[in-house]
Design a protein around this ligand. Structure first.
Ligand code: PMP
Length: 448
């Protein structure tokens, strides 16, 4: 079992200075190095990273091509913001982004520093373009931590404590959670039941002609890696078309080859009006973008969404290198193929360990839902926390979502050997849990 003494000493001192709001507590580990799908901590332990730094390291940690692009650009020009003048990488990156996003219509791009500000920006554009104020999102959504994005999110009450009022005009309707599917209900009946929430809202308190946009994560990330039903999304899109409501997607977590397609909305063959991307876009440097229909992106004047460092040359250089790597290393195809491999292995574990209720994999991108064995239903947070802790002590970085879901999101460059090693450690963790061998030495709340 790994020793974390140096990390713990460091973090104990850090706690005097680190505002608690800034970190979701999982374990006291601090990292000093990343390489491909591995991370090394302050105590010299090396781990396989099944978190990819929250889907930020799709092309792996410190990919040589990204590192070289950053170094080379740092010697040329570190900062110049497209908010005042331009620089020589803006055009190429904007062309690439409009080319790789769905929809054969004229598009425009605006840069930001985070997924949160991209989601805030989409609210602005949707309101300006439609002249309507209201936005609909889902329960369990995570869209970010700025005021607009927080108001669009509903994944944890702790996100909102003591800081309101929030942005008016944003409503959450229930996410079609497959745990709520009735026996005998097929996908259509299940979807219709959730579409009825929209129809009811439109009929009773939220006139559709006053709704600017609906924002979805086609595959919910922090909510537990859960894909929306196919029929549901198609019909929701049709409702938007019928009422002139913009259809916006948040691809911050699930975009850039994560789900086995370039974008998670590609699974549904829909071209959204506005798309937000970030996280892996510059392989860990702060860069986000909104890509949208040109006429919508033309609806606001400057400086309606300008940030000093957004789209700076180093981030753009890292991003161009990242997009090259996704193509050259065929990471989209690899994600899809490795995902199937992992899914089969996890399903085999499910046969042995009945507390694994569901295995969801969309590309190299999964949620493993754990329940109490006795009733096959209640969330098994104890199991999730213990399995996670075992893994953190044996060389795998994995975290929990929603209390009882294990998040499986390695860098897409992970090798087959690394995957096998991670999977066998995961299986060992399940076995140790079943045998009552894992003891938690914390009473602190873990996770979201
Ligand atoms: N949208 C989604 C779907 C996310 O998963 C996240 C981050 N977890 C964000 C937005 C916010 O991105 P950032 O933390 O870069 O602001």
């Amino acid at each position: 079992s790994y020793s974390h003494l140096k990390s713990e000493a460091y973090i104990n001192e850090e706690r005097q200075y680190f505002a608690p709001t800034g970190r979701i507590q999982y374990a006291d580990i601090g990292f000093v190095k990343g390489n491909g799908a591995t991370l090394t901590d302050m105590d010299g332990n090396t781990y396989i990273d099944l978190l990819a730094s929250a889907s930020v390291a799709n092309v792996g940690h410190c990919h040589p091509k990204v590192v070289n692009a950053i170094k080379k650009q740092a010697e040329q020009l570190v900062h110049n913001t497209p908010a005042y003048f331009t620089h020589n990488l803006v055009l190429e990156l904007q062309k690439r982004l409009t080319n790789i996003t769905p929809g054969q219509f004229p598009k425009k791009v605006i840069f930001g520093n985070s997924g949160s500000d991209a989601n805030d920006g989409m609210i602005k554009y949707a309101r300006a373009y439609t002249g309507r104020q209201n936005i609909i999102t889902f329960t369990d959504a995570y869209h970010g931590s700025t005021f607009g994005a927080i108001t669009e999110s509903a994944v944890s009450l702790n996100m909102r404590r003591n800081m309101g009022p929030f942005v008016p005009g944003i409503y959450q309707l229930p996410f079609p959670d497959e745990n709520e599917k009735l026996p005998q209900e097929d996908e259509i009946a299940f979807s219709e039941r959730y579409l009825d929430h929209f129809r009811l809202a439109f009929r009773t308190y939220l006139p559709p002609e006053e709704v600017a946009a609906i924002l979805i994560e086609p595959i919910q990330g922090d909510g537990g890696i859960r894909q929306l039903p196919f029929y549901f999304v198609k019909e929701l899109y049709a409702l938007c078309q019928e009422h002139g409501i913009l259809f916006m997607v948040d691809e911050v977590n699930q975009g850039l080859a994560r789900s086995g397609k370039m974008w998670s909305i590609d699974h549904f063959d829909i071209a959204p009006d506005l798309l937000a991307t970030g996280k892996s876009l510059a392989a860990g440097l702060p860069l986000s973008a909104i890509v949208g229909r040109a006429e919508i992106m033309n609806s606001l004047p400057a400086p309606g969404h300008c940030f000093t460092t957004a789209g700076n040359p180093i981030c753009c250089a890292a991003s161009l290198a990242t997009l090259d790597i996704i193509e050259e290393e065929e990471l989209m195809e690899k994600s899809a193929c490795d995902g199937e491999y992992v899914k089969a292995k996890l399903q085999a574990m499910q046969e042995v360990y009945p507390f694994i209720k569901r295995v969801r994999m969309y590309g190299l991108n999964g949620g493993i839902e754990l329940v109490v064995e006795e009733n096959n239903q209640s969330a098994n947070t104890d199991c999730a926390n213990k399995v996670m802790t075992y893994l953190l002590n044996h060389g795998v970085i994995m975290i929990t979502l929603a209390g009882n879901i294990l998040r499986f999101q390695p860098p897409l460059v992970i090798t087959r050997e690394e995957l096998d090693r991670a999977l066998s450690l995961l299986e060992a963790a399940f076995k140790a849990y079943r045998n009552g061998e894992i003891v938690l030495d914390t009473n602190q709340p873990i996770g979201w």
